[in-house]
Design a protein. Structure first.
Length: 185
């Protein structure tokens, strides 16, 4: 695997995520390295961390400024501006933004819910979990993917992980929070 060069901005992202208890470095670098090998362009879509004429409302949490009523709303609008119909896209984001349902802080539909409503079956959400050392025996190889939409698939390793980790895979209405899951060591 080709090792990518991490610039200062990405390094700050890794450090800030780590301060929040999120170790995203390894997972994101694997994805970025693969994109580089396949010559797939990557872009960052986010809300502003600086107050501007467009982003003038200070968020109640975090270090963001908003254009609309929530960060998910801003992210959705920014994604809409960058999408063309005839391409496929891969977006990375925090779990709370990309899962289905309502955001736990704002009470508004999540970015994932907005994308699902707009693109229906054209939107497929996948949660990526880095397994804790004590959970690594759940999967046989270094990585395993589970398609929750396909009920005919054998998801026994994922079901074991869910029971051990106490994660909630469904919204209160019974709909899945994500369409698939990737577990890796």
């Amino acid at each position: 695997m080709v090792k990518g060069i991490v610039n200062e901005k990405l390094e700050r992202h890794f450090q800030n995520a780590a301060k929040e208890g999120k170790d995203v470095r390894g997972t994101l670098l694997v994805i970025l390295d693969l994109a580089k090998q396949k010559n797939i362009p990557i872009s960052c879509i986010d809300s502003s961390k600086e107050k501007t004429e467009e982003y003038s409302k200070e968020a109640t949490i975090g270090r963001y400024f908003l254009r609309g009523s929530s960060r998910d709303e801003d992210l959705f609008e920014n994604i809409q501006k960058s999408i063309t119909i005839d391409k496929k896209y891969l977006f990375f984001g925090g779990f709370q933004h990309l899962m289905g349902g309502t955001h736990f802080r704002s009470g508004e539909p999540t970015l994932g819910s907005k994308l699902r409503t707009k693109y229906q079956d054209g939107f497929y959400s996948v949660a990526i979990y880095k397994l804790k050392v004590e959970d690594r025996n759940i999967i046989e190889n270094d990585i395993a993917a589970f398609n929750i939409k396909d009920r005919s698939e054998n998801n026994s390793a994922f079901e074991k992980f869910v029971k051990q980790s106490d994660i909630e895979t469904n919204n209160s209405d019974g709909t899945p929070k994500f369409d698939g899951y990737i577990l890796h060591k």
